[in-house]
Design a protein around this ligand. Structure first.
Ligand code: 8YV
Length: 322
């Protein structure tokens, strides 16, 4: 790869100031100070004017955008570990490189998974709304009783970096019995025990937490049949991707009390959320906050910047995914 002098870097969304300044110091940066979402036209213009596009989960980098006539961009530096917002096959075919930002958001996302487990189990969102609405009439022995987290069984779908970080928190911090199923990981680690099938995990777990990428083969992995394999007292947690869950089937499973609750940070049609979910008290809904800490978002920016530096200097990327 050839060196690029003063590369043009389009940053599609507003990212933490400190990182924007670093990018603007080193490159011809085209920032988005008003954080105006970029539509197809703007993304195509970016592909024509930039050497590198630093894009985010909300930017749908389709084949049409990647194959924009007169395209100049040769790297999509994705601001996130997941990259299902990018048509990877089209990028490969067009010779456009793709990088992501793994590792730096592992702990923050795992913390949020634990947050959803605790909020859903202990009805924290419900309680918060109850107090804010002025309905609370005072303590009573059976008021808003939740379910224990400590000592319960946590089932992980996928056993990658984030799932392992969750294991440490849940097992060491909450004394939870952790099991998992991951077709690529046969052996246990960190106190987590493997199960031969996803169904085994679903049937045994009090909490099922999803930690797999959004791929064609994981689309609607949690469908009606699998939701039906969970315990009636079971709680589903999703900090991975909305596509992994058939949201309509989840609504039905909750309405029919096939499962007891859900804690969701991601949704099939973000930012749209099924109206039925919005009206359920036994569901916690968060706006894709997995990595939403200043420290993490800055680290994600710096990780993307590291890949951009390597690219423009003609070196191999650190986090190449295509
Ligand atoms: C990011 C995420 O906030 O990293 C991911 O895959 O979902 C989040 O951490 C999001 O991707 C921003 O682009």
């Amino acid at each position: 790869m050839t060196k690029i002098a003063r590369a043009v870097v389009v940053v599609t969304r507003k990212i933490p100031e400190a990182v924007e300044q670093e990018i603007a110091t080193e490159f011809d940066a085209r920032l988005n100070p008003n954080d105006t979402p970029m539509g197809a036209d703007a993304l195509q213009e970016a592909m024509r004017t930039a050497d590198v596009v630093l894009c985010c989960v909300a930017d749908k980098m389709t084949a049409d955008i990647i194959n924009t006539p007169g395209r100049k961009a040769k790297l999509l530096a994705n601001y996130g570990v997941g990259f299902n917002n990018i048509d990877i096959a089209a990028a490969k075919a067009a010779g456009v490189l793709v990088s992501n930002t793994p590792e730096v958001l592992t702990e923050a996302t795992a913390d949020l998974a634990m947050t959803l487990i605790l909020m859903t189990a202990r009805r924290a969102g419900e309680g918060e709304r109850h107090v804010r609405s002025g309905q609370w009439t005072g303590w009573r022995p059976t008021h808003m009783m939740g379910t224990m987290v400590s000592g319960k069984t946590l089932g992980l779908v996928g056993f990658g970096r984030i799932a392992r970080a969750v294991t440490k928190k849940a097992h060491d911090g909450f004394g939870m019995h952790v099991i998992f199923h991951d077709p690529l990981v046969p052996n246990g680690a960190l106190g987590a025990q493997p199960r031969a099938s996803l169904e085994d995990v679903l049937g045994e777990s009090d909490f099922v937490s999803l930690h797999c990428p959004a791929l064609p083969e994981t689309r609607h992995l949690m469908n009606a049949q699998r939701l039906g394999r969970m315990k009636k007292s079971g709680i589903l947690i999703n900090t991975a991707r909305g596509d992994v869950v058939d949201e309509a089937a989840l609504v039905a499973a909750l309405q029919n009390r096939q499962i007891a609750g859900a804690g969701l940070d991601v949704f099939e049609r973000e930012p749209k959320v099924a109206a039925e979910l919005v009206n359920m008290e036994n569901v916690v809904l968060l706006p894709h906050l997995g990595s939403a800490t200043l420290e993490t978002r800055e680290a994600m920016g710096r990780r993307a910047l590291e890949n951009i530096r390597l690219f423009v200097s003609g070196s191999s990327l650190r986090d190449r995914v295509a």
